[in-house]
Design a protein around this ligand. Structure first.
Ligand SMILES: Cc1cc2nc3c(=O)[nH]c(=O)nc-3n(C[C@H](O)[C@H](O)[C@H](O)COP(=O)(O)O)c2cc1C
Length: 225
């Protein structure tokens, strides 16, 4: 699963899964395994970045900070490898538990370091519609402890993760897969989440993407003042 292929031998797509949970027996681990099974059985190439297993360093350090300062490269090998995986991917799936309404720190750090290099901060492309990752799909799949989240709060939670990060670098974003209240979920409920996830992934390349929003268009849509 570590190998990256340019084209699938069966003509499938390239999917990168960025996974941020330390415990393989977690429900996030079960969602990851389901995704790998379903996508692979459909002939897609699946590449995994298991961030805790990789001990991914989430900090943008001084040497890398200079990347965005001057555009001159001091990109570490670990980041370069992730950049290459994203470059080859048609779809990037992010699987993680919601921590304080956002990414776990290790995934936030992956965004900071990898997306910095692929963004208009470093590349001479722009942001949003001009972003370099235009044409690639991204999908956030996250679990929560909360058994429900009002739609308005969910939209607000998605603003930094989906709009300000993924849309900003040009990704075409799919609607998120949210598995609510998994901590105290019944076995039936968790089985249902896994079945829903499998069904969705089986046609994920046929799904329409969400409207690309910017900070301004998000505010126009959501702030009625
Ligand atoms: C540091 C931390 C922060 C969390 N923040 C939230 C949160 O903001 N909203 C929420 O619904 N659950 C929150 N949770 C609960 C986790 O999202 C929940 O434990 C996880 O989704 C369960 O998935 P798992 O069974 O795969 O570990 C938090 C948990 C931790 C440890």
């Amino acid at each position: 699963m570590a190998a990256v292929h340019k084209t699938s031998p069966k003509g499938g797509k390239n999917v990168l899964i960025v996974y941020a949970h330390p415990k393989p027996e977690s429900f996030n681990g079960a969602l990851l395994r389901k995704a790998v099974d379903v996508l692979s059985s459909q002939g897609h190439n699946v590449v995994l970045s298991d961030l805790y297993k990789m001990n991914f360093d989430p900090l943008v350090r001084l040497e890398e900070f200079s990347v965005s300062d001057s555009g001159s490269a001091a990109i570490s090998r670990a980041v370069q490898e992730e950049v290459e995986k994203v470059e080859q991917a048609d779809l990037v799936v992010f699987q993680f538990p919601l921590y304080w309404g956002s990414f776990p720190a290790i995934l936030k750090g992956w965004m900071d370091r990898v997306m910095q290099v692929m963004s208009g901060f470093v590349r001479k492309t722009g942001f949003y519609e001009e972003g370099d990752l235009k044409g690639k799909r991204a999908l956030l799949s996250f679990t929560t402890g909360a058994p429900s989240i009002p739609v308005e709060s969910l939209e607000a939670i998605l603003l930094p993760m989906q709009v300000v990060t993924l849309n900003a670098v040009g990704f075409d974003v799919l609607s998120p897969q949210v598995s609510l209240g998994v901590e105290h979920g019944t076995e039936e409920m968790l089985e249902q989440y896994l079945a829903d996830w499998a069904r969705r992934l089986s046609t994920v390349f046929e799904e329409p993407t969400s409207e690309m929003l910017t900070v301004d268009s998000w505010a126009e849509k959501h702030c009625h003042v």
